[in-house]
Design a protein around this ligand. Structure first.
Ligand SMILES: C[S@@+](CC[C@H](N)C(=O)[O-])C[C@H]1O[C@@H](n2cnc3c(N)ncnc32)[C@H](O)[C@@H]1O
Length: 276
């Protein structure tokens, strides 16, 4: 599936991609619930969802803050992602979700105006130079005792399969280069977050989550769809050779039929920063 050349989100906004984000959300749902409970966004809170996409976590946030609370869901893609989020919020009966179309490189809110900020798998798609200024602004939006919860990948070299794959390290490397793109994004931006939140004056708590899924289970779809949908574009862009892709997919097909095969993803840095 080709990426959409009219926008800068690496994987585009096709129906397949919006669905892939939902499948990915389900695989990480238990970890995300634990992360949200560490952040403890309370009833009546105003919480911002940075780079919310179709809003898979937004609705969990809407539930957590309740009818007296409010979720401000921000994404650069108003047309597809935010429309879908509004439909889903309406279907689920949430009237406390407000959507904003904005580029996070420049998005801003008044000082000390919110109780919480959440963001997952979004800072990795911003140019790295834009991330520190964004974190500074986020820290400024927080009221006293308010919480910022950010989750981002932090180690593509950990991505592996058992039984081992001869080709996966090259695939992971190509995916990293694709996410980095020519805008200087950092696919492992999770490594920088603890320091950035600390320097913005927040009290920082860390947790690292890892995810392994077994072939022949529904969760296998998470890596399977990513590889099948998005690797061919990497060949077109010269980030991966056709021979490497074919060799990897032949091996991947074999692993996919083996109920003993396990795929391990990149660890995810989950950082909670509290304003004192
Ligand atoms: C991988 S999706 C993650 C969606 C959601 N946070 C989740 O956890 O399922 C990344 C989202 O970030 C948004 N995004 C990427 N760069 C952005 C930017 N510069 N400003 C606003 N949104 C951006 C994309 O439009 C996309 O919806």
């Amino acid at each position: 599936m080709p990426t959409d050349p009219t926008n800068d989100y690496r994987f585009g906004y096709s129906q397949d991609e919006l669905k892939r984000l939902g499948d990915q959300h389900r695989v990480w749902a238990a970890d995300n619930r634990r992360f949200l409970s560490r952040a403890a966004f309370g009833e009546g809170a105003t919480v911002v969802d940075l780079g919310c996409g179709p809003g898979y976590t937004t609705l969990d946030l809407a539930r957590a803050v309740g009818p007296e609370g409010r979720v401000i869901a921000v994404d650069r893609d108003g047309e597809r992602s935010l429309s879908l989020l509004r439909e889903r919020a309406e279907e689920a009966g949430f009237s406390n979700v407000e959507t904003r179309v904005a580029e996070l490189e420049v998005f801003d809110l008044p000082q000390a105006s919110v109780d919480g900020v959440y963001g997952r798998w979004v800072l990795m798609y911003l140019p790295e130079r834009a991330v520190a200024p964004l974190i500074e602004r986020v820290a400024g939006w927080l009221k006293p005792s308010a919480v910022c919860a950010l989750a981002e990948l932090c180690n593509y070299r950990h991505i592996h399969i058992h039984p081992p794959s001869a080709h996966l390290p090259a695939i992971a490397e190509a995916l990293m280069r694709a996410v980095a793109g020519d805008r200087g994004c950092n696919p492992e931006i999770g490594n920088l977050l603890p320091g950035l939140l600390h320097r913005s004056g927040l009290r920082v708590e860390l947790h690292v989550s890892t995810k392994a899924v077994r072939a022949t289970t529904p969760e296998w779809l998470w890596p399977d769809v990513l590889f099948r949908d998005h690797l061919p574009a990497l060949v077109d862009e010269g980030l991966l050779s056709r021979e490497m892709l074919d060799a990897f997919l032949a091996e991947w097909n074999e692993r996919s039929r083996d109920p003993g095969a396990v795929f391990f993803g990149s660890p995810m840095m989950e950082v909670v920063g509290r304003r004192p």
